[in-house]
Design a protein around this ligand. Structure first.
Ligand SMILES: Nc1ncnc2c1ncn2[C@@H]1O[C@H](COP(=O)(O)OP(=O)(O)O)[C@@H](O)[C@H]1O
Ligand SMILES: O=C(CO)[C@@H](O)[C@H](O)COP(=O)(O)O
Length: 496
């Protein structure tokens, strides 16, 4: 994809963007409000060329919980969009964001308290209670998912149990992308992809029996829009002009799938995303209903499904271990027999919310580089071992000769690339396009202008193109060492 800047003067002398042929470029803005930052792209709707980029950081609380201020997300969105330099030329916009976070608003539309995020494991007891009470089979059938602490339903149950006064003051419940879209449009909307990460969404509407059980009035929830709908028009007042159509937006993983041009009609193409979270997923025609809890039965943002497994410890955890060892993140050394379970934030896959980091198998000849490599291996292990289950849950079969698409901030790292090739034994393709979540959102916005479906827009933009890395022989010994350590450390990791 072309990344050349095409910004120039337009005919009436205002700063504008023109195509190489001199015709006016139609610009759309895609936003990714993820855990660590907001990224915005200004994209040529016709060619996919990225014409401007902006970024603004977020603050996430440390300690037992993980919380962020939704007002800060909004300010970061305004700053990132303004930094593209093309906001005033935009013709449509769409917002994708981190999934699952619980945003509670008061009667004036202001946050009652900071949002509890997808990686906040304090809601683990409530998730376990909900599964024990309603049964894994009912969860798999209704929500497509057996919930962990990540799911919004567990977070709401936690809020009611620990801060009943905050729950009582809540007049609206939103996901991060719902909140930001509503700040743009004034309309209370969501989409099926992001809604499917709440636990209370079903293909037939909100699960009112569950909502009754957790004491949440369905009137507090947004309207679920159909794929391709217009969520509303921008109200103006910020960097974007008033009156622009705003697409439905979606959760960040659903947006990245769009950004790669994936849809359920294609043979399931596995994707591995290495960011704050690690995720492995595919767009499938079959609805996932995994009663073991490993695979989340998400909807995609198009009308199909997005079976997905997610880990809490990925790039941040490995970078932290590199820092503890005093090493650059690329300073890995092959060999050694140490195992590192880098579960610094607890873990979701496997479901060990109380776990912590663990090192096993140290010897006199273990080097810091061995330990760092073992941390990469420990982070990649859960994702790669879940890949089969993800595809099976969506009714697709795996073809090990098909390349894995590797995306997210970590996909740029040589050590990450080599680890994934070594532990999967598969070829890996690294799309040249970066910021696939924001690109997917931009494709949703462009689809409002062109009348195409969003995935067709991204395919036209050739966003998944990139170098193909050959497979390496699969390191089964390393995989078995990690599986064995996990098994033997189970009691310890559960009791923490
Ligand atoms: N070259 C690189 N090698 C390895 N990791 C990288 C590299 N560049 C960025 N990262 C990691 O990518 C992460 C950010 O990825 P990103 O997908 O943007 O995360 P998120 O969307 O969760 O905020 C950071 O934690 C950083 O450690
Ligand atoms: O919880 C999940 C998926 O179920 C995470 O993937 C979040 O959506 C956060 O994403 P990043 O900020 O790491 O991109």
């Amino acid at each position: 994809m072309a990344l050349n800047k095409l910004v120039c003067e337009d005919r009436d002398g205002k700063p504008g963007a023109q195509s190489a042929k001199g015709s006016t470029v139609r610009i759309v803005i895609g936003v990714d409000s993820s855990t660590q930052s907001t990224k915005a792209l200004a994209v040529d709707a016709d060619t996919g060329a990225v014409l401007g980029e902006g970024r603004a950081e977020h603050t996430v609380s440390t300690g037992p919980g993980r919380e962020s201020d939704p007002e800060q997300w909004w300010q970061a969105l305004e700053r990132a969009v303004a930094a593209t330099g093309l906001a005033d030329r935009a013709e449509a916009v769409s917002v994708a964001a981190q999934q699952h976070g619980l945003v509670t608003l008061d009667a004036a539309g202001r946050p009652v308290r900071p949002a509890t995020l997808w990686n906040d494991v304090r809601s683990a007891p409530q998730a376990a209670e909900l599964v024990a009470e309603l049964g894994a089979d009912r969860w798999a059938k209704q929500a497509g998912t057996v919930p962990t602490a990540a799911f919004t339903a567990a977070k709401w149950a936690w809020l009611r149990a620990t801060e009943p006064e905050s729950a009582a003051r809540t007049s609206a419940v939103r996901l991060p992308h719902d909140y930001l879209t509503e700040r743009l449009t004034g309309e209370a909307t969501t989409d099926r992809g992001d809604a499917s990460g709440t636990g209370w969404w079903t293909p037939d509407g909100y699960d009112t029996e569950l909502l009754d059980r957790i004491g949440l009035d369905a009137a507090l929830l947004p309207t679920v829009l159909s794929p391709g709908a217009v969520a509303g028009l921008t109200r103006g007042g910020g960097p974007l002009p008033a009156g622009l159509p705003v697409a439905t937006g979606t959760g960040d993983n659903m947006a990245a799938a769009i950004g790669l041009g994936l849809n359920a009609a294609d043979a399931a193409q596995p994707v591995l995303s290495l960011g704050t979270s690690g995720t492995v997923y595919a767009a499938t025609a079959g609805r996932p209903q995994d009663r073991t809890g490993t695979v989340c039965g998400f909807a995609d943002a198009l009308g199909g499904w997005l079976p997905l497994a997610c880990t809490l410890n990925c790039t941040l955890a490995v970078d932290r271990i590199a820092a503890l060892l005093g090493l650059d993140r690329e300073a890995v050394e092959a060999g050694g027999s140490a195992v590192v379970l880098p579960y610094l934030d607890g873990e979701r896959t496997p479901d060990l919310p109380g776990a912590s980091g663990l090192i096993h198998g140290l010897r006199h000849d273990t080097t810091p580089g061995h330990l760092l490599q073992a941390a990469y291996d420990g982070a990649a292990h859960a994702l790669l071992t879940a890949l089969d289950e993800v595809l099976r849950a969506g009714g697709a079969s795996d073809d090990a000769s098909q390349p894995l698409l590797l995306i997210g901030g970590g996909a740029r790292g040589r050590a990450w690339q080599r680890t994934v090739r070594r532990l999967s034994g598969r070829p890996v393709r690294v799309p040249a396009a970066q910021e696939l979540v924001a690109l997917g959102a931009a494709a949703q916005a462009a689809a409002l202008l062109t009348g195409e479906s969003a995935d067709a827009v991204a395919r036209r933009w050739r966003t998944a193109d990139g170098p193909l890395l050959d497979p390496l022989p699969r390191d089964d010994a390393a995989l078995e060492r990690i599986t064995d350590t996990l098994h033997r450390a189970d009691a310890l990791q559960r009791s923490l």
